[in-house]
Design a protein. Structure first.
Length: 332
């Protein structure tokens, strides 16, 4: 940190640790922040990409939904949700019209583990690793917006058919995440591997497709929505996974080893196209132009539309802007 940053200390706030369990978690996090160096890890991670500390505020939340709803003034009819298909959100960066950002990190995401750890020291190290990853990832979103390279700058490209354009905002967001994860894979790897829950994401898509096909006659609009949401959820994992696995020395996409259940049915035939297209992007610390970003976004939108057909979903938009969908497999 610079002398100016030391002279003007950065505040880390807590929000919505209201219940008894949450209060206990807040106490543990407070000790980690003050005695074990977690505060320095979080702040240093953000400063790496957003060195002007006057542009951001950091909050650790015991209830992400409540905190985000308050910061964004979302009503009860449109609440924020942390669910992302088979996964969930561990942190978020909220931009404001004045050019500042609220960075919110889930207290649960900081202390969450998937494996049994053998000692307190290992648990503390796990939290430090998670904190560094989450802080740098969220700083990446702020950095992209400050440079005019985030999703809002390039998510309306020309040259897409309506059936392809339906993917543009979703895939623009995945572009942001891929670029950030390319950076964190080198500088602050996550303690969790996306490949480890890929099978869960594929299984979630399969379940949603089967349920949509079973119930479409009751409410085809809802069936369409859950199908497209689940498909987008797997593409989100693919965006992260392509950053995690990368390309080999010959420019060929790495694959999971072993292949998870369902890989053959939903990913393998299109994996090269997904990975090679996402890896045309540069990491968040390397600038890109809007023209470059839109070109890649167009390629991804066309790929998403084609991929949906290969997994047995016939979706489209008619000339008069009406959506249609058919579930072509008897069972997914």
């Amino acid at each position: 940190m610079t002398d100016e940053q030391v002279a003007n200390p950065i505040m880390i706030s807590f929000a919505h640790f209201d219940g008894e369990d949450e209060a206990e978690a807040r106490g543990a996090l407070t000790r980690l922040l003050q005695e074990f160096g977690l505060a320095q890890v979080l702040v240093a991670g953000i400063l790496k990409l957003v060195p002007d500390s006057s542009l951001w505020r950091l909050t650790i939340s015991g209830d992400m939904v409540q905190t985000v709803n308050e910061f964004t003034k979302r009503g009860e009819d449109d609440p924020y949700t942390t669910d992302r298909g088979a996964g969930h959100v561990g942190a978020i960066t909220l931009p404001h019209e004045d050019g500042t950002f609220d960075i919110v990190i889930s207290g649960l995401a900081l202390v969450e583990t998937r494996d049994e750890l053998d000692s307190v020291e290992e648990f503390v190290q796990h939290i430090m690793t998670a904190g560094e990853h989450l802080s740098r990832h969220e700083a990446g979103h702020a950095a992209l917006r400050i440079r005019g390279e985030d999703t809002d700058a390039f998510n309306d490209p020309q040259g897409l058919a309506p059936t392809q354009a339906v993917w543009r905002k979703h895939l623009a967001a995945h572009i942001d995440d891929h670029r950030i994860e390319r950076y964190t894979a080198v500088h602050a790897p996550s303690p969790f591997l996306h490949v480890d829950h890929l099978a869960e994401a594929i299984a979630h898509l399969r379940d949603e497709l089967n349920e949509s096909k079973r119930t479409w006659q009751d409410d085809i609009g809802h069936a369409l929505f859950r199908t497209m949401t689940a498909a987008n959820g797997l593409i989100r994992v693919i965006a992260y996974l392509s950053a995690e696995l990368g390309l080999d020395e010959h420019g060929r996409p790495h694959r999971p080893d072993p292949w998870p259940a369902g890989w053959d049915d939903y990913v393998e035939d299109s994996w090269d196209a997904w990975s090679l297209t996402f890896n045309r992007l540069r990491p968040v610390d390397e600038p890109m132009t809007v023209v470059e970003l839109q070109s890649i976004l167009v390629s991804l939108c066309r790929l998403a539309s084609t991929w949906l057909g290969t997994v047995g979903i016939h979706y489209g938009i008619t000339d008069d802007d009406r959506e249609f969908i058919f579930w072509e497999r008897a069972v997914y």
